[in-house]
Design a protein around this ligand. Structure first.
Ligand code: NAD
Length: 473
């Protein structure tokens, strides 16, 4: 067989390209990025695109993910401290737990199964293909944990990711990106699988909504960013939006367990996790007993007058229909909220609650607060409690919880709340694998419906059909 000169040249070119792609690169050699942090958006996107093209085997993805897990565990405390220091939100110990949770319980490439259909007409294979470069807009409330969690999920799917961190959490988000890129480079020689720009802003995030070379847009944040992305993006969108999770406690509940769960859940990271319990709806018959159990756990009941003083000190446009939390006070310790309102509670206090009776329109019930102060409502019975839960969840399809031993109540609420997470007889974070079964995520896709995201969320399904052959039976 005669091989033409052009064919030889083409083969040599191909071999050289493959060799270059596999050679370890240092950040300095490939671009000016400081371990993934670039001055210009175009460099961040093109570096991520080059990195994506080199992530071309499953074995490499596995090593990349193991490197991320190791680095996240080793740096959990430093990142937690940085997050609290920079944003002023949350609790260091809880942030350490959150980072370890995502490092340990975010699934890797092993959850991506190809599927096959085999029959008289031949064989069809359905594979999980990467999208390419994903843009991920991340929140200030879980900055490092979201970078680690999205990093594991997205890279497991064979993608690279350009992050648009919240400007108020840029230092810790960028440090997380640098740490993970260094660890990946050490393990595999790859760089820039995660990138971002040095000066993040809302404008940069919005540019990514339509940026050429981005193939999938993922936003994790409040209503404004989800709406903005929905209106403008020309990409496939996965949106993880705001919640306002109600927790119903009925007359059959184990009240000690309910109180302990609510105390742990609603106080976790000072209530800034989107799925943390935001309002308690107790049926009248057990409301007083539940309050006693909450107090026994360490929660402090405050009067309506004190709650009013906290609202005046910590909300914007209050009173009024547009009242919302002042970011300055989101995720602060209970003792700080009390001090701002002119009273004091012990520094160690993790949770305040206020009995608002039947006032379902109370600002603490109606508006997502993300502060360790939750209202307790008194419903006449389970039916009314469920009605209020639906009202306050506002069809965000995010999270709801129930404490009950009545199987009909469990069944009825599960069907009617229609939320991405529905947790029974445990804290809401159990629905994220923290004390409950299942994997974890910091991106719970609510309006677009993917639920608790993982690597399967970030792949394209591609089908390959061979007609009439390749069966073994
Ligand atoms: P945020 O909405 O202020 O910011 C989130 C991200 O969106 C940031 O990167 C910010 O820069 C960007 N952003 C905000 N407005 C934008 C706009 N108009 N255009 C483009 N980008 C914009 O939220 P936050 O305070 O950082 O986080 C708390 C909120 O996020 C809460 O409402 C919480 O419930 C929600 N959240 C949801 C999930 C989930 O998985 N569903 C996870 C974490 C947080």
């Amino acid at each position: 067989m005669q091989i033409q000169r052009e064919q030889i040249e083409s083969i040599v070119r191909e071999v050289l390209q493959q060799l270059t792609a596999r050679m370890p690169q240092s950040p300095a050699a490939s671009a000016e990025g400081d371990w993934g942090v670039f001055e210009r958006l175009e460099d961040a996107v093109s570096a991520a695109d080059r990195a994506f093209r080199r992530l071309d085997t499953v074995a490499l993805r596995e090593r990349v993910v193991e490197a991320i897990r190791r680095a996240a565990r080793a740096n959990a405390r430093r990142l937690a401290e940085m997050a609290v220091d920079e944003t002023g939100m949350g609790r260091i110990e809880d942030k350490v737990k959150k980072i370890l949770l995502v490092a340990d319980r975010t699934p890797g490439p092993e959850i991506l199964f190809p599927s096959a259909m085999s029959g008289d007409a031949g064989l069809t294979l359905v594979e999980n293909a990467p999208w390419g470069v994903i843009a991920s807009v991340t929140p200030s409330t879980n900055p490092a944990a979201t970078v680690i969690n999205n990093g594991i999920s997205m890279l497991s799917g064979g993608n690279a990711v350009v992050f648009a961190p919240h400007p108020g959490a840029k230092r810790v988000s960028q440090e997380a990106i640098r740490i993970l890129n260094k660890a990946i480079h050490e393990e595999t020689g790859l760089v820039h699988l995660m990138t971002c720009v040095r000066e993040p802003s809302i404008e940069i995030a919005q540019k990514l909504f339509t940026y050429p070379g981005i193939h999938l847009l993922v936003v994790t944040g409040g209503e404004a960013v989800v709406e903005a992305a929905r209106k403008t993006t020309n990409k496939r969108l996965i949106a993880a939006g705001a919640g306002n999770p109600p927790v119903v406690v009925d007359e059959t509940a184990d009240l000690k367990r309910a109180a302990r769960s609510i105390y742990e859940g609603a106080s976790f990271d000072n209530n800034i996790v989107c799925c943390d319990e935001k309002e308690i709806i107790a049926v009248e018959a057990i409301a007083d007993a539940l309050k006693r159990e909450l107090a026994a756990c360490g929660a402090v009941e405050i009067s309506r007058e004190q709650a009013e003083a906290v609202a005046r000190a910590t909300l914007l446009d209050y009173p009024g229909p547009k009242a919302r939390p002042n970011p300055r006070w989101v995720g602060r310790d209970a003792a700080e909220l009390a001090k701002a309102a002119g009273f004091s509670v012990p520094d160690a206090c993790r949770l305040l609650f206020v009995d608002v009776g039947r006032d379902v329109d109370h600002v603490y019930a109606r508006v997502e607060q993300m502060m360790p102060l939750v209202p307790l409502l008194r419903a006449a019975d389970f039916e009314q409690a469920l009605e209020w839960a639906l009202l306050l969840e506002r069809d965000r399809r995010h999270t709801a919880a129930l404490h009950s031993r009545d199987i009909d109540h469990m069944d009825t609420m599960a069907k009617r709340v229609n939320t991405s997470l529905f947790v029974k007889n445990g804290p809401c974070i159990a629905g994220l694998g923290a004390g409950g079964e299942g994997w974890t995520s910091m991106t719970i896709s609510t309006p677009t419906g993917e639920g608790v995201t993982n690597a399967r969320t970030f792949v394209r399904l591609r089908r390959c059909t061979l007609v009439g052959s390749f069966r073994i039976v």
